[in-house]
Design a protein. Structure first.
Length: 458
């Protein structure tokens, strides 16, 4: 049991709002929001709150915060929303907020601002910061160059440990905080790395050259995709990735919090696109905007589903005359769809993480087909037994068993085929794979079940 510490007053938890509490002020009671409590609130929660307010109310809330706190809030919001808020501000307020942002966050925000507003704001920023922003804007926002920060503490191999520590102290407010420190030569070429821990353990007169590692893992080029960057950090288990140009010069770094944002954004986008929603769609989006993003794939699905409807029309007499045929058709269709969706979810993740090699695709087909067959046999046995008992028909039980085995096996193949085919032709495997696969699988399931039903039970 731990010893009791007497005469110790526990630190007081900062008072802050939850998102639910903030939402209670949304109905015209914004004056009641305490600025101090608001400043202690998570920037993410404040950003979620702002997304639900009118432009005028957004400005009112931000005026309760300091420029530094307001910049944290805007950095947590979607850049399109932040840009809209920034465009409504007076220039002097917008400039203060921009200069409190990290350069990569400022770039994301400014890229969503109208060109004439962007140039006006850039013209009013400090010359050094504006130049940094313009340099970063040369890179694709979805590339390593677009997410890196150029503010990085660098050391020289000729420094002593004591000199390095003094230098780091002098730079503490100017650069990105990181435990990893990169070593460059006089041409700014990356030649090694060390850590703050190594500096603490080393003797003060030791040279950086003696304690640095020259074999650097996880180096990125500025043109690499954000997804590739996330994979590199996952594989190397690093905290910071250096970004270098073709001559080996250090351009900037990508930190673990940047990668967390990339992974969150990618996972969200892939999950939504998998079922035909917009990759950047949110629950707070306007009705017509969301409807327009979803409509194209729904129209495609409408025409593809007409194939299933047409097949059912061809077997209308059998469906009417054979009791239970329609009910068990739905059962077989749902289970076959679920089987293919399970394969799809696992495979899309594997493709996104680079776990699926082209040479392995055939082996994956066979494995997923075998899994589908096993699951189909087990479920078919259970469903077939229930169908036979319920309908008092052994033939109905055999029909359900056989079609479930067949269609769940096919589901395993389709769940592998659709995303790998999309990947092969250069399309995003997450892009509406679910809709495409369902549109293919449902006609097959419907045709096989009704055709077999017509033969066995007709």
């Amino acid at each position: 049991m731990p010893h009791t510490i007497h005469n110790h007053s526990p630190s007081k938890k900062l008072e802050q709002y939850s998102l639910e509490e903030l939402m209670s002020f949304a109905e015209g009671a914004l004056d009641g929001i305490d600025p101090i409590k608001l400043a202690n609130t998570s920037p993410y929660d404040v950003g979620c709150f702002l997304e639900r307010l009118s432009s005028e109310d957004q400005q009112f809330i931000l005026n309760k915060l300091s420029s530094a706190d307001a910049s944290l809030v805007l950095a947590e919001m979607y850049s399109s929303d932040s840009a809209e808020i920034l465009s409504e501000m007076r220039d002097n307020c917008a400039i203060r907020i921009l200069e409190n942002l990290e350069p990569d966050d400022a770039v994301d925000l400014l890229l969503d601002v109208e060109v004439h507003d962007r140039e006006r704001l850039l013209g009013k920023l400090s010359q050094e910061f504006a130049e940094t922003i313009r340099n970063l804007m040369r890179y694709d926002p979805d590339s390593a160059g677009g997410v890196m920060t150029p503010y990085v503490t660098t050391l020289r191999e000729t420094m002593t440990v004591e000199q390095a520590i003094q230098y780091i102290r002098s730079e503490k407010n100017e650069t990105e905080n990181s435990d990893i420190l990169f070593v460059i030569d006089h041409g700014r070429r990356l030649i090694g790395e060390t850590s703050v821990r190594n500096l603490i353990w080393a003797k003060s007169q030791q040279l950086i050259a003696d304690i640095m590692e020259r074999d650097i893992h996880g180096i990125c080029m500025p043109g690499e995709s954000k997804q590739a960057v996330a994979l590199i950090m996952t594989e190397t288990h690093g905290q910071t990735l250096p970004v270098i140009d073709g001559q080996g010069r250090l351009l900037g770094i990508i930190t673990h919090d940047d990668v967390i944002d990339i992974l969150h954004e990618t996972a969200t986008s892939d999950m939504q696109k998998l079922y035909g929603a917009g990759g950047d769609e949110r629950v707070t989006d306007g009705i017509w905007y969301s409807a327009s993003r979803r409509m194209p794939w729904l129209i495609v699905n409408l025409f593809l589903t007409m194939i299933t409807t047409n097949i059912m029309g061809k077997f209308e007499t059998q469906i009417q005359n054979i009791a239970g045929l329609a009910a068990f058709l739905n059962l077989v269709m749902v289970l076959a769809d679920n089987a293919s969706d399970q394969v799809l979810a696992v495979l899309v993740r594997g493709l996104a993480l680079g776990e699926v090699l082209p040479s392995e695709v055939k082996r994956i087909y066979i494995k997923e087909m075998a899994k589908g067959f096993i699951n189909g046999a087990v479920l078919g046995l259970l469903a077939g037994l229930l169908a036979a008992l319920w309908m008092h028909s052994l033939l109905m039980g055999i029909l359900v068993f056989g079609t479930l085995v067949f269609n769940m096996t096919i589901g395993g193949i389709l769940g592998t085929l659709v995303p790998t085919f999309l990947k092969k032709i250069g399309l995003d495997p997450a892009s509406s794979s679910g809709i495409i696969m369902t549109a293919i699988a449902e006609p097959i399931t419907t045709l096989t079940f009704l055709w077999a039903g017509a033969i066995f039970l007709g």
